[in-house]
Write a protein that binds this ligand. Structure first.
Ligand SMILES: C[S@@+](CC[C@H](N)C(=O)[O-])C[C@H]1O[C@@H](n2cnc3c(N)ncnc32)[C@H](O)[C@@H]1O
Length: 285
């Protein structure tokens, strides 16, 4: 693992760590195929940004309407998505991500939106090392971890480290796989029922096929499957509480279409039955 700043080897893999290698291979390939998770958001203005990053008003509820002057840590948040949206809302943003392409997209998108050059800091590092790194903007009013905690086998030290980067009254938003859904696939079903496989064990390694939308197969480029680790619901919540934070809200379906009227096997129907991602909101007292 890298311990400080950009200390990865020339091929982007720090040491021989399997977790870092898996993440590197996956995100480098997704960038090459311009998959949606590596595609910067097109944001017309602050209202569009707010709609993307705060569709149900929770961020405004916990942090207030005005992000001007606040510092945000985006943990594993590269790609030119949340960074640009939060920048358009007035925040200064520090992004930590292991993928150089994702961080380059943050810079490109930031510049394309004519945001202040000095208000974006990016650091290429493994999030498992974040406790030992002094970050630009620390302590943060908001630590936002988009979907990524499931790429590390043990979420507890990462959650503890991220909590320690928060200012008093700072807000933590942790997105994670719904542990009851991780590993399921829309195409794996019996009639209109979806099959659930694997065991409900914390740290389980899960390597499932991607749903269709993740990348365009017609390009003929080989994209390695995501290697993920199950974090049970109790682990996620208890790790947040034990990191000294007060859990203030839980969302059990984020960023997904949910339409039970669609045909079984479609992404919208699958999500209506098995919402794949949840989010935990917590505040540092
Ligand atoms: C699903 S993306 C999340 C960010 C993106 N903006 C989004 O909302 O979809 C997951 C990100 O986590 C990063 N990542 C995966 N494992 C990591 C690790 N161990 N340390 C740092 N970043 C990691 C990837 O490079 C990728 O950019």
């Amino acid at each position: 693992m890298a311990t400080e700043g950009d200390q990865m080897t020339a091929d982007g893999v720090s040491g021989t760590d399997r977790v870092a290698q898996d993440a590197h291979a996956r995100w480098e390939a997704l960038g090459r195929v311009n998959g949606p998770l590596t595609r910067p958001w097109q944001l017309a203005d602050g209202a569009t940004a707010r709609a993307r990053v705060d569709p149900n008003g929770l961020m405004a509820r916990f942090l207030g309407d005005d992000l001007r002057g606040i510092h945000v840590l985006l943990a594993c948040g590269g790609g030119g998505q949340q960074s640009a949206a939060l920048g358009l809302l007035g925040a200064s943003v520090t992004v930590v991500d292991q993928d150089a392409g994702q961080l380059a997209r943050d810079h490109r998108t930031w510049e394309a939106h004519h945001l202040p050059a000095g208000s974006l800091a990016t650091l290429r590092a493994d999030i498992r090392d974040v406790a030992a790194i002094d970050l630009v903007g620390e302590p943060f009013a908001l630590v936002w971890m988009p979907y990524s905690i499931n790429f590390v086998p043990d979420c507890r030290p990462v959650i503890t480290a991220l909590a320690s980067k928060l200012a008093p009254e700072g807000v933590f938003r942790l997105q994670a796989a719904n542990p009851f859904v991780l590993g399921m696939h829309p195409g794996d079903r019996a009639g209109d029922a979806y099959l659930r496989r694997g065991t409900y064990v914390d740290g389980d390694r899960v390597v499932a096929a991607d749903p269709e939308w993740v990348y365009d197969r017609s390009l003929g480029i080989d994209v390695p499957r995501a290697v993920e680790y199950r974090h049970t619901l109790s682990t996620l919540i208890n790790a947040t509480v034990e990191a000294g934070l007060r859990v203030v809200h839980v969302e059990d379906a984020v960023d997904v279409p949910m339409d039970p009227t669609e045909a079984p096997g479609t992404w919208d129907h699958f999500c209506a039955t098995n919402p794949p991602w949840l989010a935990i909101w917590a505040i540092r007292p």
